[in-house]
Write a protein that binds this ligand. Structure first.
Ligand code: TYD
Ligand code: MG
Length: 471
């Protein structure tokens, strides 16, 4: 009996089934499974063909001449920082992000910068027409740069074109979801097509030594759509993010075989394209509500770079049976933890309050060091008592209510000092780091000390003021 060559593949995670079903068992998504040709169909050995005999190859030691990957700086400082110092020849980068966030804008700017520096740089679009890309380039003032442009979607044709003439140093493919190859039968955009197209382009990049940047779309929950599989195949995955309504865009490395994954690049979307932001702290603090209760400045770290951001909190009596907890830019489970510690160790009742927390400027913070700043903003909002505008905060809160030390304290303090802050509320252990000139440290051992600081009790031994306001 002939073996079936059809299979059913989840378009979200790539899991394969031999019959259709409504829900993918692997990732739990509904209605994502569709029929495709089996992955190995095109190359499968025919029934009569004998299996190929393996060929022996030489094994090499770990030590070798080529330990350092040579880098080609793109000329865009923020992009290079995230990529780990520049583009690595023969590497493949995947840039993911929501539609309209500015992926095409960023990549045409990078292609133009390299072309300007005298390297062959090719931009292939499968989403727009050549005229549309030209229109954007004109807006960005890049018309005179020698970028080679094409609107194409066939991977075989693209590779044939790239193999002609001088080897391109950079090839941008916008986007991988629009590419298709003759090797597989499925429609463009399906997991099988995306995987096969990416595989061909990756093989071409390694063979030719060109750096290839693939653009990938992101699903509603932030995964690079469909081809999660592509994430495993490429050398680096960068995610381009930003909050709607803000002009800042953050480029973040999710995976990087040639560099760190904790660096971010900050850009501002302007009328003339994406501008690099060299001093992001100044940008994130530029629109502060000085003197309003419920805001605290957090001295954070993004990779090797300190970054000051404002954390805003609103604590208000609820009119609902179950109080609301809403967070933008921070981890909701960390907020729940900080609230639990405030209740358990500081005697603050929050059960009857709605709590909102927001990281200003559309930044997303994942550091536990933000606990103290978040707690300060919450207590300040509840007590309606503004925090000193010239103070920064950092420190991790443990479940016992103690303030734990965090890494890179000197760099955080230095950044705060540079931006004119006069006080730093820090963990007790940071005292050892010493006080930088002009910056007074307020070391805290426990969260209860912070509460006493922000909302001092009106009479000795009395309940903190917030316990009363909250009735
Ligand atoms: P685009 O690069 O097309 O996004 P993506 O490729 O990620 O889908 O960017 C589109 C948005 O960027 C669009 O909403 C307009 C805005 N934009 C500017 O604000 N200034 C500019 O100079 C350009 C080119 C785009
Ligand atoms: Mg685009």
């Amino acid at each position: 009996m002939a073996k079936s060559t059809r299979e059913f593949v989840c378009q979200n995670c790539g899991a394969a089934y031999n019959r259709w079903q409504g829900k993918c068992d692997a990732c739990g998504e509904w209605n994502t499974i569709s029929e495709e040709g089996a992955a190995g169909e095109a190359r499968a050995a025919g029934p009569g063909r004998p299996p190929r005999k393996g060929r022996a190859f030489a094994l090499a030691p770990l030590a070798g001449e080529d330990a350092q990957a040579p880098r080609l700086p793109s000329g865009n400082g923020e992009f290079d920082r995230v990529a780990g110092g520049g583009l690595v020849p023969g590497s493949v980068l995947l840039v993911g992000g929501d539609p309209g966030i500015g992926k095409s804008t960023l990549l045409i700017q990078i292609a133009a910068a390299l072309a300007e520096a005298g390297h062959r740089s090719v931009y292939i679009t499968g989403e727009e027409s050549v005229a549309q890309v030209r229109l954007r380039a004109a807006r960005l003032g890049l018309t005179d740069t020698p970028v080679q442009l094409a609107a194409e979607t066939s991977v075989e044709d693209i590779i044939a074109t790239l193999s002609h003439g001088k080897t391109p140093r950079l090839v941008v493919i916008d986007s991988i979801q629009t590419m298709w190859t003759d090797m597989v039968e499925s429609a463009p955009g399906t997991v099988t097509q995306v995987r096969a197209s990416a595989q061909l382009l990756i093989r071409h990049a390694k063979r030719a030594g060109s750096a290839v940047i693939l653009v990938g779309h992101v699903t509603k929950d932030g995964q690079i759509a469909g081809p999660r599989v592509v994430e495993h195949m490429v050398d680096a995955v960068l995610s381009f993010e930003g909050e709607g309504g803000h002009h800042y865009r953050i480029l973040r490395a999710v995976k990087n075989r040639f560099g760190p994954t904790d660096e971010i690049g900050v850009f501002e979307m302007t009328g003339g394209g994406l501008a690099e932001v060299a001093n992001p702290s100044a940008l994130f603090l530029s629109e502060r509500d000085l003197g309003a209760p419920g805001t605290a400045v957090f001295a954070g770290m993004e990779g090797t770079r300190p970054l000051l951001v404002e954390i805003q909190a609103l604590v208000a009596p609820t009119s609902l049976g179950t109080p609301r907890r809403a967070v933008v830019g921070w981890d909701p489970s960390r907020l729940a933890m900080v609230l639990a510690v405030l209740e358990a160790h500081c005697g603050i009742k929050l059960g009857g309050c709605d709590v909102y927390l927001n990281v200003a400027g559309g930044l997303r913070i994942s550091e536990p060091a933000a606990d103290l700043a978040a707690a300060a903003a919450l207590v300040s909002s509840l007590a309606k008592s503004p925090l000193p505008p010239d103070a920064v905060h950092f420190g991790e809160i443990s479940l016992s209510g103690a303030i734990r030390p965090v890494v890179h304290a000197p760099a955080r303090l230095k950044e705060a000092q540079k931006l004119g802050f006069a006080r730093a509320v820090v963990p007790e252990a940071t005292r050892a780091a010493g006080e930088p000139d002009g910056l007074a440290l307020a070391p805290l051992a426990a969260l209860i000390d912070l509460v006493a600081h922000v909302a001092p009790s009106p009479r000795p031994g009395g309940k903190p003021r917030i316990a009363e306001t909250n009735g």
